[in-house]
Design a protein around this ligand. Sequence first.
Ligand code: GLU
Length: 307
Amino acid sequence: MTAVADSTPLPALAPLYRGRFAPSPTGLLHAGSLATAVGSYLEAHSRGGEWLVRIEDLDPPREQPGASVHILATLEAFGFEWDGEVVYQSRRHALYREALQALAERGLAYLCACTRREIALAARPGVDGPVYPGTCRPGLPAGREGRAWRLKVEPGELGFVDRLQGYYAQDLARDVGDFVLLRADGFWAYQLAVVVDDAEQGITDIVRGADLLVSTPRQIWLQRCLDVVTPDYCHLPVLVNAAGEKLSKQTLAPAIEPASAAAELRLALVRLGQAPDPACQSVAELWQWARANWRLDRVTPAPVPVV
Ligand code: GLU
């Protein structure tokens, strides 16, 4: 047997678990986004993994000025610690372009000339808006210019087992239709950017809000089209207000304040089914307790009312 010389470089080991939190700076963090951040952070820690933060700033018209800075400052004030540098989607256009080009070269993506109005007139409703009727799939109609890029989907059940929500499936052709990768307004679609980034960053486990469950089959399809690995998924319950609406900027969820970090953190843990020790008063004590006691099997899959 030949001894391995001390100087032999060891192959880089891929992490067993790498999670992430990926807020869009369309508003400030609220109780709902905090619960998602807490759940994904604690799951990553309990699995001995890494936890990355990625700012999804790909939709400037919807962004709130200063929100990215505010979100990161709030995460810091709440005691989150992330691995590596924060990644900004707005600086990664080249990666998305490369992915689109690869899909187009393989005949999987095509230019679409349809307007929103034309689609609304021709389409039937799907699980997340109208099902694109495939008008431009055979080629652009004569005299029309391409506005957006779409990905071809195929009929058949596409399902996966979510660690919290169980089996979830869609038939993309029936429920969604060929979906947008590059929007008519020139901005990258969330579906493309998120898949490219999760793959490029080596994310193994995606823990996020259950409002995104409806997007996951599209993302798995894209992963298959791009020949990248499908991570494990865990969709945490969304928090809902008294009217049953998801807490969001649209439903006027108030921003969380660093001044009440301990109280907010405790509430987030309780909403995720954990029972923090009443003796833990400070943010540091709560994190210490939570890191030692986090249990995903205590989290309910159903929406959590915020009273
Ligand atoms: N940026 C998305 C949001 O804030 C989350 C994306 C994801 O976790 O996949 O809703």
